[in-house]
Design a protein around this ligand. Structure first.
Ligand code: 13P
Length: 252
């Protein structure tokens, strides 16, 4: 088993350039080394290049984009392609976030195309899945995430699965302060690993990192990360507070 431990910060549509640089610097100077935990920041598009340029070569932080276009290039006003991201040395791209599904009506078909573009550009991907409150209450959460995975990952070639990280982000836990219990997170992560095993192989399932996201903070990170199938976190609100985020990184 060769699973990477990862803590990623999704800054969403927050910070200005100075705040973004300050936050990155604080994290760089106050977190454990990247050989112990892979650290990834997802700043707004506009600041990726400046942050990349300002990174120290020691204690390397990886940088990702929060989205990419499903198209390669051309007349798509306002879109940003995976190739453009690669050309500014971006490492990762986030695809399938529930906010993209919910507010921008993005579909599995689009996520498949975006993943295809990202793979062609040689970017790594964090692909997010998760059920909403209604789906959890009606006990359909397992089927929902299985469908979300199947619809997209069945299009990913087996030899590219090592470019993917998964994130389980229950929508009812995002930004609500209500985090999944370690028991519940572990149950779902194990389930996701089984689905991956069915789509690809047991070996690939054992090697893919699965992150938890949803009101993860410095108080609950350790018990979540201690679960055998939780390989780290995708952090929203708490990643905007330098000392909080560093505590989360350092809690492995
Ligand atoms: P919060 O940590 O603010 O709940 O957000 C989680 C998230 O959406 C990360 O992508």
């Amino acid at each position: 088993m060769n699973r990477k431990k990862i803590v990623a910060g999704n800054w969403k549509m927050n910070t200005n350039l100075n705040e973004a640089l300050e936050l990155m610097n604080f994290i760089q100077n106050n977190s454990v080394s990247s050989s112990q935990v892979e650290k990834i920041l997802f700043p707004p598009f506009a600041f990726i290049k400046s942050i990349k340029d300002a990174l120290s070569i020691i204690n390397k932080i990886k940088i990702g984009a929060q989205n990419c276009s499903e198209y390669n290039f051309g007349a798509y006003t306002g879109e940003i392609s995976a190739n453009m991201l690669k050309s500014i040395s971006c490492d990762y791209v986030l695809i399938g976030h529930s906010e993209r599904r919910r507010y921008f009506n993005e579909t599995s078909k689009q996520f498949s195309l975006k993943i295809e573009q990202a793979l062609k550009a040689d970017l790594k991907i964090i692909f997010c899945v998760g059920e909403n409150l209604e789906q959890r209450k009606s006990n359909s959460h397992f089927n929902i995430v299985k469908t979300q995975l199947n619809e997209v990952l069945s299009h990913v070639p087996k030899d590219k699965i090592n470019k993917l990280v998964l994130a389980y982000e229950p929508v009812w836990a995002i930004g609500t302060g209500e985090t999944a219990s370690p028991l519940l997170a572990q149950e779902m992560h194990l389930y996701l690993r089984n689905v991956i095993s069915q789509i690809f192989s047991e070996d690939l399932a054992q090697n893919i990192s699965i992150l938890y996201g949803g009101s993860c903070n410095s108080q609950n990170a350790k018990e979540l990360f201690d679960c055998p199938d939780v390989d780290g976190g995708l952090i929203g609100g708490a990643s905007l507070i330098g000392h909080e985020f560093c505590k989360i990184i350092n809690s492995f």
